[in-house]
Write a protein that binds this ligand. Structure first.
Ligand code: HEC
Length: 172
């Protein structure tokens, strides 16, 4: 028979051991847990830059034949041109969320200039012009159905948007 007072002491010791154990576990968790994304964890920054570059890679590969058309007036394949304009227009909408503060990491990981974050209003104006001109290009192309002067002008405006944003906000 264990005396009553010993039982009580054992219960108290078990309770204390459990409390200490849990405390240590929580401390260890706090020390090992990754920094939350909002606080600017390196992984979150890398992921954000990766998403941005992926969007631009797709914009680049889809726009390339359109740029070539603008340069040499090459063959105009209505279905192909329409498909590419639609894709670039869609992709341009993803750029609104592609420049979070944590992704201002500079070279060698990114060619996005820090001015994007210090001249935010101007940068967003340029991005909006690009998106607006893509809507115009899409409309004009749907109406013209051929490589007319209006399609050429609308395409030229978009190509100029790529260049002017790169001149101001992308490292060479
Ligand atoms: C509003 C600004 C802006 C516009 C408009 C813009 N770009 Fe960019 N682009 C950037 C920035 C900034 C980067 C650098 C991104 C990075 O390295 O983090 C970039 C990077 C790129 C890259 C390289 C991606 C990589 O993996 O390094 C390509 C290709 C590209 N842009 C093509 C285009 C084309 C084609 C257009 C027009 C159809 C265009 N961009 C329009 C700002 C812009």
């Amino acid at each position: 028979m264990i005396p009553q007072f010993l039982k009580a002491r054992r219960a108290a010791l078990i309770g204390l051991t459990f409390a200490l154990g849990a405390g240590c576990a929580l401390t260890a968790y706090a020390q090992n847990a990754p920094a939350p994304a909002a606080a600017g964890g390196a992984n979150a920054a890398r992921a954000a830059v990766g998403v941005r570059k992926a969007i631009f890679t797709l914009i680049g590969s889809n726009f390339r034949p359109l740029g070539a058309l603008l340069k040499d007036g090459g063959p105009y394949d209505a279905a192909d041109v329409n498909k590419r304009i639609t894709r670039v227009l869609f992709l341009s909408g993803l750029l609104n969320e592609a420049f979070p503060d944590i992704s201002n990491v500079g070279e060698p990981d990114s060619k996005a200039k820090p001015e994007i974050w210090t001249n935010r209003a101007d940068f967003e104006k340029k991005l909006k012009e690009f998106q607006d001109n893509l809507v115009v290009l899409s409309d004009v192309n749907a109406r013209e159905k051929g490589y007319t002067e209006s399609v050429k002008v609308a395409l030229g405006a978009v190509a100029q948007n790529c260049k002017s944003c790169h001149d101001d906000y992308k490292l060479k």
